[in-house]
Ligand binder design. Structure first.
Ligand code: S3P
Length: 166
């Protein structure tokens, strides 16, 4: 398919669903620029996500996410990897959908748990959880977040499709 160059692609979904990996693939496929919101925020604040949560709290981090989304408004040709919570605060899905095509990467809790098990330490919301606690955290959080994720224009199931139908 022919990607409209004026549109960006914004990837949303739970921690560990593969937003960055898919984002890099799509950026190569469509000759677009890949940007990772967590990475940009860390660079801008000169602190890791863990340090930002610890020093300033989650509310501050959520404000940074919203400001960053606004800063994409005049940009095009971007594949944007959001943070897992980005769509769920400050009416961010409205901003996201104004930026281009949003893609929700849909994976079940057990798959997410298995993927996140060894990558917990860089994610302050789950860093301290045991394997069982992690699964129940994902189940509850995902249920809470689904209504936001489902506002995406495309739903992509990595378990049955190679790439989203854009
Ligand atoms: C978060 C997800 C993380 C990061 C922060 C909070 C969340 O991004 O933004 O730790 O609330 O789900 P990833 O989805 O890239 O792990």
């Amino acid at each position: 398919m022919e990607q409209n160059l004026k549109n960006n692609i914004i990837l949303v979904g739970f921690m560990g669903c593969g937003k960055s990996t898919l984002g890099k693939e799509l950026a190569i496929k469509f000759s677009m620029d890949f940007v990772d919101m967590d990475g940009l925020i860390e660079k801008q604040e000169k602190k890791s996500i863990t340090q930002i949560f610890r020093d300033h709290g989650e509310g501050y981090f959520r404000e940074l996410e919203t400001k960053l989304l606004h800063s994409f408004k005049n940009q095009k040709n971007l594949v944007i990897s959001t943070g897992g919570g980005t769509p769920c605060f400050n009416d961010n899905m409205t901003i996201i959908n104004s930026l281009g095509q949003s893609v929700y990467i849909d994976l079940p809790p057990k798959v997410l748990r298995n993927r996140l098990q060894h990558e917990k330490s860089v994610r302050p919301l789950i860093a301290e959880l045991s394997s069982d606690e992690l699964l129940s955290f994902i189940e509850h959080k995902l249920e809470e977040r689904l209504p936001f994720y489902q506002k995406s224009t495309v739903v992509f199931d990595p378990q049955s499709e190679d790439l989203p139908a854009l």
